[in-house]
Ligand binder design. Sequence first.
Ligand code: ZN
Ligand code: ZN
Ligand code: ZN
Length: 367
Amino acid sequence: MTSQLSIARTARIARVRAQMELENIDVLALSVGPDLPYLIGYEAMPLERLTMLVLPRVGDARLVVPYLEAPRVDRSAAEFELVTWQETQDPVALVAAMMSSAGRVAIGDHTWARFVLALQGQLPNAEFVPANRVTAPVRMVKSADEVECLQAAASAVDAIAAEMRERPFAGRSEAQISRELRERMLQHGHQQANFAIVATAANAASPHHEPGSRVVADGDLVLCDFGGTMNGYCSDITRMFHVGSIPNQISDAYAVLHQSQDAGVLAGVVGASCESVDQQARAVIEAAGFGEYFVHRTGHGIGTEAHEDPYMVSGNTAPIVAGYAFSVEPGIYVGGEFGMRLEDIVVATADGPLRLNNAPRDIAIVG
Ligand code: ZN
Ligand code: ZN
Ligand code: ZN
């Protein structure tokens, strides 16, 4: 039976092969990491036992798995020959023999160094390049089905962001609020909560602050940045909360941040450069005199990985293509005082940038 998913995966493999042609790559070798499930629906166990898809540019694909993992392989989702190896066999030699004539090998970016080094040892004449070069151009362009999955995940975290506006913050620790966010992600249909940053007051000046024992108090500004995986696709949102009325210093800085985020989203048009999203968002913050406090790039791609290509960063001159999904998340971080960030996921479409997140963007006043 040919499922819709297997048709999609066959099309993905065809697009990857077209990229291999462009890059003059003879074989793609994928192990752990998101490229393998994206192409064939099977996720390699992160084990010392090697799993590897060997996909030649021309010819049949073979999935090499430890014998004991074979029952987990669903072969209806994509076309490949299954090859198993027994405990006493050398899987690297098995894989190397399959690509003995390859001049250029694209190797999965997440492949363990021990396997890459062993393969290089057995294929001394092959040139190894990162698989990202052929998989990223394909993965970056989301299909309508993928956008639907990203939208569902975004709507789930939107609902949580809205619920949190009614929740008490004061008297609870960052870690407790973080745990609540993780639980809510699971309740709202995520299979996995990937992260839940809760950073209060000066702690938020560190963009990736690890939620800790600090108890939220009256007058605190609280940053919540959380995301997970729902049906294979990731969510990622940042919203701000304030316990009690908001001082002018905070509301003034936030007005700049909000305007910066709008400018970044509006820049996400098909044909514009990825770096223009960063430039437009940054220009607003710089004009307001906060330039030195915006210490990271404006955004990252999102899909089956929480952070993936394309990156919205100065230097990425590649044009935005319809179907690109990425975050727009400028921030202002003043050491010892406060930190703030506003983040939505955006999809570039022929009709302009489409925000997937729509939870209220003002600072929520909480108790
Ligand atoms: Zn981040
Ligand atoms: Zn985030
Ligand atoms: Zn993000």
